[in-house]
Design a protein around this ligand. Structure first.
Ligand SMILES: Cc1ncc(COP(=O)(O)O)c(C=O)c1O
Length: 377
């Protein structure tokens, strides 16, 4: 079942922890990314035929499916956090450790190898083999934990502490905030790249942004970017999670950090997290407009909408988690249960929508199966 909750805690002029906003405002973030020869701004694609079919003004997609050749945006965070760590510490051989559903771990493994360091990665039990092999292919050691993503985080922390490894987690908890703040800061490059196209100094050039969320670090980076740059002119910010792992929707309902009540069974592996990040939560609580949870069938529908383009629109390869923004948009437009939400949002023929395809086909077999089931909801 789709769920949508307008944010009752929304605040037009929120005050955020200055430690964190200072991290976001560091001048070296995009310079760090540019220092990697693989860096290129990712494409901003327009889908005019789909927008016309859905009776929307414009649909733009920031396509992260080839970022640094890694099929996901996550390397923006990993590369910045590891680069900062190496800058602040004496030269040496380090082992970087993390827990992951796939993309963050691959990004850590890639960055570690690229910077002549080592990586050890913990993954949940249900991880598909393509995502495990992609990380091993980057030269990292992978351990599978008999449990969920949250269990993998706990085990990675314990092992890192015991062995003196450097924990580079993309989620924060009490006493562990500085690295995840760097990771979130790294994500802001994705948004600032659009300053060369739609994001002019006083207007964002879009009305709605859909931000997929697991622990919420990425969505919080987006919320900070739009609030900080545009304040009252900011677009409306919609947070999207899988129905079975909707920890942020649960949290906004409760008004405080809460765990997901779902089964943690979803094809959207990158979003399959049971607990919000401590750092992401205040940004999302004060700055997001709407929290949505969508079942897997909408993610599948969205993957096909990208893969089988309407009219002359370009094809986009969007994996299960990458398609979450499109999934929420389609659900808002097509699901009778969400028609009141759609109206209240003001989503219609003049709306300019930004989706972020955060991931390509990171599980090629699963992707192929979804694409083969061609049908409309
Ligand atoms: C493809 C993809 N999209 C979105 C996210 C969500 O990021 P976060 O966990 O920071 O909310 C992830 C997280 O791993 C991901 O892999």
């Amino acid at each position: 079942m789709c769920q949508a909750i307008f944010n009752p805690h929304f605040c037009t002029n929120p005050e955020f922890s200055t430690d964190l906003t200072a991290a976001f405002e560091r001048p070296d973030i995009s310079g760090c990314h540019r220092s990697f020869s693989e860096y290129q701004p990712t494409p901003l694609v327009t889908l005019p035929a789909l927008a016309a079919k859905l009776n929307l003004g414009k649909i733009r997609v920031k396509d992260e499916s080839r970022r640094f050749g890694l099929k996901a945006f996550k390397v923006l965070g990993a590369s910045y956090a590891i680069s900062r760590f190496l800058e602040k510490n004496p030269p040496g051989d380090y082992i970087f450790c993390t827990a992951t559903d796939g993309n963050h771990g691959r990004a850590i493994a890639w960055t570690a190898r690229r910077l002549a360091q080592k990586a050890i990665i913990y993954m949940p039990r249900d991880t598909v083999s393509a995502r495990i092999e992609a990380i091993r292919g980057e030269g990292a050691i992978v351990h599978i934990v008999d449990g969920s993503y949250d269990d993998a985080v706990r085990q990675a922390v314990e092992e890192a502490r015991k062995n003196g490894w450097q924990m580079i987690a993309d989620t924060a908890w009490p006493g562990y905030t500085s690295v995840p703040a760097d990771i979130m800061a790294g994500y802001t490059t994705l948004f600032s790249e659009m300053e060369q196209s739609i994001h002019s100094p006083d207007k964002p050039g879009i009305d709605f942004v859909f931000l997929p969320a697991g622990v919420g670090s990425f969505a919080a980076a987006g919320v900070w970017y739009y609030l900080n740059r545009y304040r009252h002119n900011r677009p409306r910010l919609i947070i999207v999670e899988p129905t079975e792992a909707a920890c942020l929707l649960e949290s906004i309902r409760a008004g405080e950090i809460s765990v997901s009540r779902g089964t943690l069974r979803t094809i959207m592996a990158g979003l399959n997290c049971g607990t919000p990040s401590l750092l992401a939560w205040p940004f999302l609580k004060s700055g997001a407009d709407l929290f949505m949870a969508v079942p897997d069938k909408w993610a599948e529908e969205a993957m096909r909408a990208y893969y089988y383009p309407t009219g002359k629109d370009p094809r986009i390869i969007s994996g299960e988690s990458g398609s979450a923004g499109m999934a929420a948009l389609l659900a808002l437009l097509k699901s009778p249960a969400l028609s009141e939400t759609k109206q209240k949002l003001g989503l219609g023929p003049d709306s300019r929508v930004l989706l972020i395809n955060t991931e390509g086909d990171t599980d090629p077999d699963g992707f192929g199966q979804v694409i083969a089931r061609k049908k409309d909801l």
